[in-house]
Design a protein around this ligand. Structure first.
Ligand code: ADP
Length: 169
């Protein structure tokens, strides 16, 4: 009987830096706001060279939190996760860039902050999985899905960053 593949055994092409321009949904979770880390977290994506195309402070309703995390519905921590995400405002962001999905996941670090490398957001700023300060989409498809879920039409802006020619040759 073949062994069931686990997350770590599957080849995840989106975790390999892509040359495609991608969109990713990044969210500062309620603990990040309570702890005064909003500027610090936004700053890391700005400095990397991603383009911000959407930004808002938002109190997430229960149904939206459940839809966002629907893949985790059967997990024992799901009710706690929904409480956490709806416990205060979040900062919703849409960022765009070459290989932005995998690159943002690297900047964010492992789900468990104690496993996350120093230099990553979670590695530097958090200590517990249940309080890991930030979310980032795990695939380009989910990036699109989550941006459409959290932003209404008209809340996103397309613009041309002046630094473009100094960021990529
Ligand atoms: P990531 O956010 O790194 O993509 P997952 O998609 O596995 O991680 O989980 C989504 C979120 O659910 C995590 O960021 C974390 O806030 C929460 N979570 C995951 N596993 C646990 C757990 N064992 N206990 C509490 N919360 C968890």
């Amino acid at each position: 009987k073949p062994r069931k593949a686990t997350k770590t055994h599957i080849f995840l092409p989106h975790l390999v830096a892509s040359m495609e321009v991608e969109e990713t949904y990044i969210m500062v979770k309620p603990d990040g706001i309570q702890r005064g880390l909003v500027g610090e977290i936004i700053s890391r994506f700005e400095k990397k060279g991603f383009k911000l195309t959407g930004l808002k402070l938002f109190q997430c309703p229960q149904e939206l939190a459940e839809e966002h995390y629907k893949d985790l519905k059967t997990r024992p921590f799901f009710p706690k996760l929904i409480n956490y995400i709806t416990s205060g405002p979040v900062v919703c962001m849409a960022w765009e860039g070459v290989g932005a999905v995998a690159s943002a996941r690297k900047l964010i670090g492992s789900t468990d902050p104690l496993q996350a490398e120093p230099g990553t957001i979670r590695g530097d700023l958090a200590v517990q999985t249940g309080r890991n300060v930030v979310h980032g989409s795990d695939s380009p498809e989910n990036g699109k899905r989550e941006i459409a879920l959290w932003f209404k039409e008209g809340e996103l802006c397309q613009w041309s960053p002046a630094q473009a020619t100094w960021l990529r040759e």
